[in-house]
Design a protein around this ligand. Structure first.
Ligand SMILES: Nc1nc2c(ncn2[C@@H]2O[C@H](COP(=O)(O)OP(=O)(O)OP(=O)(O)O)[C@@H](O)[C@H]2O)c(=O)[nH]1
Length: 316
């Protein structure tokens, strides 16, 4: 009733702002959904699991709300120190956000991985949880319906309720906007947390490193699944350039775990590394909006995934 006397819901509704994160098993479509919501490429996607190593935030600016998306790596059975650290990052993130979106691909039956995550979610009582059925473009609507029921039951069995269940397709741009509409009212009343125009608060160097890593993994994922780390050592504007022709020098190291992997990355006569450089340079230039000179070096950091000192150095 109160609403009836309002001049318009838009003008009187309080502004809301807060954090949301998408969780789900590897390859569930979290990064792609983040990109679709934010409208620009900020998180790194791949068709291989566990590419999202760093917490990347995309920011959705709306007149009524500001939604800060925290993209976390998938929770998985830890086999290495890196795996354990990643799981800790995920849990800490979950406890801090205002809304959790649980991504479940429409084209796959619920499995032990989903149940494992759902059980963890059940333990986080206060935070509203939205179930997001992703990749709906891959299946018929009947299968989406069946997945909706299965997902509803999953929460029921674990003694909690979803704040919403929403089917989306990030690739087909279906219901992505609706998802933002459903998340917005769940955020606390607050002025915007970030200035308009900000898409991410991830340091540029980290994003540049991710773009290089993505290019370096292209085509060799089977041989080097999780063995590549990239560190940007420096980014400095080239001196004595005319004002209308700036150039940014970027020096980065590509770390691998064993000397035997060097050849795979570098390729015959350095051809592959050259290609990695060219590809990632294009993306970096698009991201930073300036011409770039990219200097890549391949280094061996022995067993970096298992060594706490190396992990710290590589930013984990
Ligand atoms: N057809 C279709 N494919 C999708 C959709 N969303 C994501 N994908 C594909 O699914 C794969 C995994 O998507 P990501 O967004 O990288 O998944 P993720 O959950 O972030 O994966 P991790 O980083 O491994 O945790 C990629 O090949 C995407 O192109 C969608 O809506 N429709």
């Amino acid at each position: 009733m109160a609403r009836m006397s309002d001049r318009s819901p838009e003008s009187t509704a309080p502004h809301r702002a807060g954090f949301a994160c998408f969780v789900g098993r590897p390859n569930a479509g979290k990064s792609t959904l983040t990109n679709a919501l934010v409208g620009t490429k900020v998180a790194i996607t791949s068709n291989r699991p566990q590419t999202t190593r760093h917490t990347v935030r995309g920011i959705v600016h709306r007149p009524d709300a500001q939604l800060v998306l925290v993209d976390t790596p998938g929770l998985h059975k830890p086999r290495t120190l890196l795996g354990e650290r990643l799981n800790d990052v995920v849990r800490t993130t979950w406890a801090e956000v205002d809304v959790i979106g649980f991504c479940l691909p429409a084209d796959q039956k619920l499995g032990p991985g989903d149940k494992f995550i759902a059980k963890e979610l059940a333990g986080i009582k206060k935070t509203p949880k939205i179930a997001i059925i992703t990749k709906t473009d891959l299946v018929e609507s009947k299968a989406v319906g069946e997945q909706l029921i299965a997902v509803h039951r999953l929460a029921e069995e674990l003694g909690f309720e979803w704040a919403e269940i929403v089917p989306v397709s990030a690739v087909g741009d279906s219901q992505v906007q609706l998802l933002a509409d459903l998340i917005a009212p769940l955020l606390p009343e607050s002025p915007p947390l970030y200035p308009e125009g900000d898409l991410t608060d991830e340091p540029e160097m980290v994003m540049v490193a991710e773009l290089i890593r993505e290019a370096a993994l292209e085509g060799v994922r089977d041989e080097l699944p999780h063995s590549i780390a990239v560190v940007v050592e420096e980014m400095i504007p080239r001196e004595n350039r005319p004002a209308d022709r700036p150039l940014l020098d970027i020096h980065a190291n590509v770390y691998i775990e064993r000397p035997s992997q060097k050849g795979i990355i570098i390729g015959p006569k350095g051809s592959r590394l050259k290609e990695v450089g060219m590809k990632s340079r294009k993306h970096i230039e698009a991201l930073l909006g300036t011409p770039v000179f990219l200097d890549l070096h391949v280094k061996v950091a022995k067993d970096w995934q298992r060594d706490p000192k190396q992990l710290r150095k590589l930013g984990f």
